[in-house]
Design a protein around this ligand. Structure first.
Ligand SMILES: [Zn+2]
Length: 436
């Protein structure tokens, strides 16, 4: 049974809205599936036509077409050719144009940042992810079951579709995406949940850092260490996935049925791994958010952590193999996913989420006991302070630095100088460190 709920925190423009996404699996009948495929095809054709229009316009005039201009062309097209108007709902077609607009915005952003961007591509039906709706009631309506368990999606031109899945918290339906993945259909609903319902029993403060040996190393304000072991999904499932990849590459005929089936098996194995990871991250972050009123971490972007290990031709990096291994582990355990889920849940309980300025504070180089800085290479797994002799595993020491900074205390004293957050300490003071 497929049940997958992922929550995202989306910032509203004005009024504080609490938007969450919930994914349900759709179970169309054979007739409905044919209608869904026809809809998907019409959106794919629209996407490719709009991409062609943008390319043509740029070749002829040197100007880029805007989203608004393409919406106007769409209106004209719907008048001239009724088959376009019959194929799909107008605002849903606009959402497909919006999807292309976003692809171009991302392309230009990467050009500006000096990265190597890929130009937006024409999409085959197999690669086309789905289509979207906004304005609940405009060509679609979702009726949830009791307690937001399962439900029915009415889609104009398709009918009433059975949906299975469970939203943790219901709300006002705002938008939806109908997604086609690995031959299965999904409904991703955007809900405005109003006030989030999440209980917190604890009132402690905690800071954490990412490790390789342990996935997550935290420390609470009483000085207690918290560890989450690296689940190493890749380690356990790697052989299985590699076997499936090899099965695909052995099948040379790209159009054969056997190859298509092998590709499908690989995709569903990967999807299963992704679901296991998401499920695990939801459970662990929920436990943490229930215990801690303040959670602090480095405001370090994962993109920075996993930046190309090889460097560039002009400036090759040292320790390439070592960094590449670290990248593998970092991406494998997906701290970005874990962090965003934890942040979301902490805020839902009315807790405080604090991000320390990594570059200014340098938590992995700093001694939590005396605040002295000393450069450490990635291979040094233990922090040993040359100034005061304080010794502790690297990740734990860096979590402690972040916690001291967040609480504004050190050794029970108010913390001044570099990186001090400059706020009165409301939480019980951070206990004395163990000096070994
Ligand atoms: Zn020290």
């Amino acid at each position: 049974m497929f049940i997958c709920i992922h929550a995202i925190l989306t910032k509203g423009m004005n009024a504080p809205r609490n938007l969450r996404k919930t994914t349900l699996r759709l179970y169309p009948t054979l007739k409905q599936e044919a209608a869904l495929h026809a809809l998907l095809r019409s959106h794919q054709q629209l996407y490719n036509a709009a991409l062609e229009e943008r390319i043509d316009c740029y070749r002829k005039t040197g100007e880029s077409l805007t989203f608004a201009a393409q919406c106007k062309s769409l209106t004209a097209l719907r008048k001239q050719c009724p088959e376009w108007a019959e194929a799909a709902n107008c605002s849903s077609q606009q959402m497909t144009l919006r999807r292309l607009d976003k692809a171009f915005a991302a392309f230009f952003r990467r050009v500006k940042a000096g990265q190597a961007p890929g130009f937006p591509r024409f999409k085959s039906l197999a690669r086309f992810p789905g289509f979207s709706f906004k304005g609940h009631g405009d060509g679609w309506r979702f009726t949830p079951g009791a307690d937001w368990r399962h439900g029915t999606l009415r889609l104009s031109g398709v009918g009433h579709l059975r949906a299975r899945g469970n939203a943790r918290q219901g709300g006002d339906v705002r938008a939806s995406d109908v997604l086609h993945r690995d031959g299965k259909w999904y409904l991703s609903l955007t809900l405005d949940i109003g006030t989030p319902q999440r209980e917190r029993t604890g009132n402690a403060a905690m800071a954490f850092d990412w490790g390789v040996q342990t996935f997550f190393t935290g420390v609470d304000h009483a000085g207690e260490e918290l560890r989450l072991d690296n689940p190493r999904w890749w380690q356990t499932e790697k052989d299985h996935i590699i076997g499936l990849q090899q099965a695909v590459s052995r099948k040379r005929n790209k159009r054969s049925n056997r190859r298509r089936k092998a590709v499908q098996r690989l995709a569903s194995a990967r999807a299963k791994t992704a679901r296991r990871r998401l499920d695990w991250a939801h459970k662990e972050t929920a436990k943490l958010a229930g215990r801690f009123a303040l959670v602090a971490t480095e405001g370090l972007r994962i993109a920075n952590m996993t930046r190309s290990a090889c460097g560039t031709m002009e400036e090759p990096r040292k320790n390439v193999a070592q960094k590449a291994g670290l990248n593998r582990e970092i991406l494998d355990t997906a701290p970005a996913l874990f962090t965003s889920l934890l942040r979301c849940k902490v805020l839902e309980t009315g807790g405080e989420w604090v991000e320390a300025p990594t570059l200014k504070l340098k938590p992995s180089q700093r001694c939590p006991a005396c605040w002295a800085l000393a450069k450490k290479s990635l291979s040094m797994r233990t922090h040993t302070c040359a100034q005061c002799g304080y010794t502790e595993p690297r990740d734990l020491a860096s979590a402690r630095v972040v916690l001291n900074w967040a609480l504004g205390t050190q050794n029970g004293q108010e913390l001044a100088g570099i990186g001090a957050r400059g706020r009165p300490c409301e939480t019980p003071s951070f206990a004395q460190q163990r000096v070994e």
